[in-house]
Design a protein around this ligand. Sequence first.
Ligand SMILES: [Zn+2]
Length: 366
Amino acid sequence: MLGADLRDPEVLAAYDAARKRLHDHLSAAFPEFAWRIETSERRAFMPRGALDPVDLLEVGVAEKLHRHWDYVLVVVPNELISRHGPSTLGVPSSALEAAVASSSRLGSGTRLAGRLAALALHLLGHLWGLDHAGSGPMRPVESPEDLALAPFPEAQREQARRQLEEVARTRLEDVRVRWGALSFYGRTFAKDPREILSAIWGYRPWRMPIYLGRLSAAAAVSVVYFLLTSDAWALGAHLSWRAVLGLAALSIVAAAVFIFSGQDLGRLGREHAWREQLARTRLVLLGTLGLGMLSLWLGLLLLSLAGAWVLPRALLEAWMGLAPTAEHLLRYAVFTATIGVLGAALGGNLEEEREIKAELFFDEET
Ligand SMILES: [Zn+2]
């Protein structure tokens, strides 16, 4: 799919040549499937200046859902805004089953066509869950000169074939038209729970407190505040274990749901009815956020425990009205970590929406 208002006939011809080459290559590499590469033009952006891949992915996903495509690749002549390096040629998002490619540094003419086709294949490989390899299309791309169409090594070809077979199986929405929300999500999960769990794991959600700095800072501030508040000590240390742990579980779920809805993460393609791939994406995102909040909670627990340990016992005794035991301290730490996570959920919505999306959606910057 073309994402920018590009009029240059030479570049457009090169794009078309790239599409044909990719089609031939895929047909030869995976003859067991019938390949169709449709094109569409959504001239949403000017063909000049750097574009944010997050915006392009959103445009692409809307088009993919609209046209019932399995995958979408958004191609632009612009450069892409890079978050982690000096520049990026493309961004695959296996969560969205979409990718973005920039032709800005790929040259022109037949060279452009060949490199773009190779870049598209590399990005597709990521969408199929393939890792980087020493040879073939999944060789890490260090410069545009590296890009050349190559066959997949047999192990990777087999892995991709299994993934494609899965996709080619009837999607759930084609089986039955009317679904209740819960049963649809339940079915989607039950169909391939391992795949969904491994997708969540692949996001390494425990890193979330690190890349969401503002969110974590808001949480840490509320923990420190609660450590120094006498009334909170009196309350926290006298709550029962059941209440403290129940609150903790509730706050983690609430924080994940709150960020999910506050960041509009669930909005992608909302106007469309039940889509299995959309449901899968949402399950993966919610799971990732949930584990991210859990890891934040654990981090806050450690911070709070350390803080409680440092505070003079005599002071705590006065605040709590009893001699603090280790169990009191632990229970209070659980309590403050819980409050901290709730604070984080509120702070999380101050976080740059695009940064959260980039972290959750991007597999890499190619
Ligand atoms: Zn890659």
